[in-house]
Write a protein that binds this ligand. Structure first.
Ligand SMILES: NC(=O)CC[C@H](N)C(=O)O
Length: 359
């Protein structure tokens, strides 16, 4: 069955449904991922909530879907565009084919698409609303839904795991499982709390440190929680990841802006200005912290994207706050940034020693 992708710019692309022809058209912001592997992690990363994802690597699904690489309990993308979607996965861990998995969750998969041409269009015209449809007729004037996406993916209740001696509260804006795993690996006990948990509620948990997680949407949709978040950041050693980094900057009076088509893929070079090193990072974001706006926030830029010189992470000049725009937890992509979690652990230990010395 033929299926179509219509971009808001007026361009349409023809392909074939690899899942059942959807009963309803699917709309969402069109974004892409350039990595050769990692489609399972991308599909289940809550940061992609309601987006239509184009995979540029020409063969997707070849190692299937397994039980261990999920980043959350279900896929969050609105629809998936590939060139070739493998029907015969081959991997000892594979439990389902890509088609079976997406079909189960009613997420349409369009194959035989000219994915490179679509991504070139997104790169020249910016990420934009798009529609997946069985109708050849291009719709006019698609709009992006202006809803708070974090509410749809943040957990509703507190969840605890691990029995380590360092207690970390993860504020869940749509957290990837790998962030929690990176903490558990470092002997932490982790309590995940809903995104709108108050400072007083977090204080009752008596954490050693707080992680602000990744998550979907425009960080400014979360304006109402910034005052509470600031109180948390002023009180506890903190690590902000992606959306968490953007929210930390906003909480201290900084500003964010939207990039034309975002940073997407597993090969973005980052300079760590403190260590004087360069490493590869995994990225998936549309917004960045505006360089000009951080002057009076108390933050200093520590990480810079070597493609466009945008801010990739901050350190607070006085408080123990460390934030990164990229994904140190990897999954998908390189784990070069793993040391950020070790630095976070050291920051907590230093803070505990300092508090102890003054007690
Ligand atoms: N991965 C993320 O946390 C993404 C952050 C934010 N939603 C953005 O697109 O910029």
């Amino acid at each position: 069955m033929e299926g179509y992708l219509h971009l808001n710019s007026g361009h349409s692309y023809k392909g074939q449904w690899l899942t059942d022809q959807p009963e309803k058209d699917v709309e969402g912001e069109i974004v892409f991922f350039t990595g050769m592997t990692g489609y399972q992690e991308v599909l289940t990363d809550p940061s992609y909530k309601d987006q239509i994802i184009v995979f540029t690597y020409p063969l997707i699904g070849n190692y299937g879907i397994n039980e261990s690489d999920f980043e959350s309990k279900k896929p969050h993308v609105a629809g998936v565009i590939v060139y070739e979607g493998s029907r015969n996965p081959s991997h000892y861990k594979s439990a389902y084919s890509l088609q079976e998995y997406l079909q189960k969750w009613n997420i349409p998969l369009l194959g035989h698409m000219d994915t490179r041409s679509i991504v070139k269009k997104i790169r020249s015209e910016g990420s934009m609303p798009a529609k997946m449809s069985s109708s050849e007729t291009a719709p006019g004037g698609l709009l992006l839904r202006k809803d708070k996406k974090v509410c749809k993916v943040s957990s509703q209740t507190m969840e605890c795991c691990g029995e380590g001696s360092i207690h970390i509260v993860v504020i869940d804006f749509g957290a990837k499982k790998s962030i929690v795993d990176s903490l558990l690996k470092r002997a932490c006990k982790v309590t995940s709390v809903p995104y709108n948990t108050s400072f007083e509620q977090i204080k009752k948990l008596n954490p050693d440190g707080v992680v602000l997680s990744n998550g979907p949407g425009d960080p400014k949709e979360l304006k109402s929680i910034l005052p509470e978040l600031k109180k948390v950041l002023e009180q506890y050693p903190a690590l902000g990841i992606c959306l968490g980094h953007q929210l930390a900057a906003l909480a201290f009076g900084g500003n964010t802006k939207k990039l034309s088509f975002g940073h997407r893929g597993a090969n973005h070079p980052i300079a760590d200005m403190k260590k004087g090193t360069v490493f590869m990072s995994s990225q998936n974001h549309s917004y960045v912290v505006d360089e000009e706006s951080i002057k009076d926030t108390g933050f200093k830029t520590r990480y810079v994207n070597l493609h466009d010189q945008s801010i990739e992470g901050l350190m607070h000049k006085v408080l123990p706050i460390h934030t990164v725009q990229f994904h140190p937890e990897a999954h998908p992509g390189p784990a070069d940034g793993d040391y950020i979690f070790d630095e976070f652990m050291n920051m907590i230990q230093e803070e505990n020693r300092r508090v102890f010395a003054y007690a």
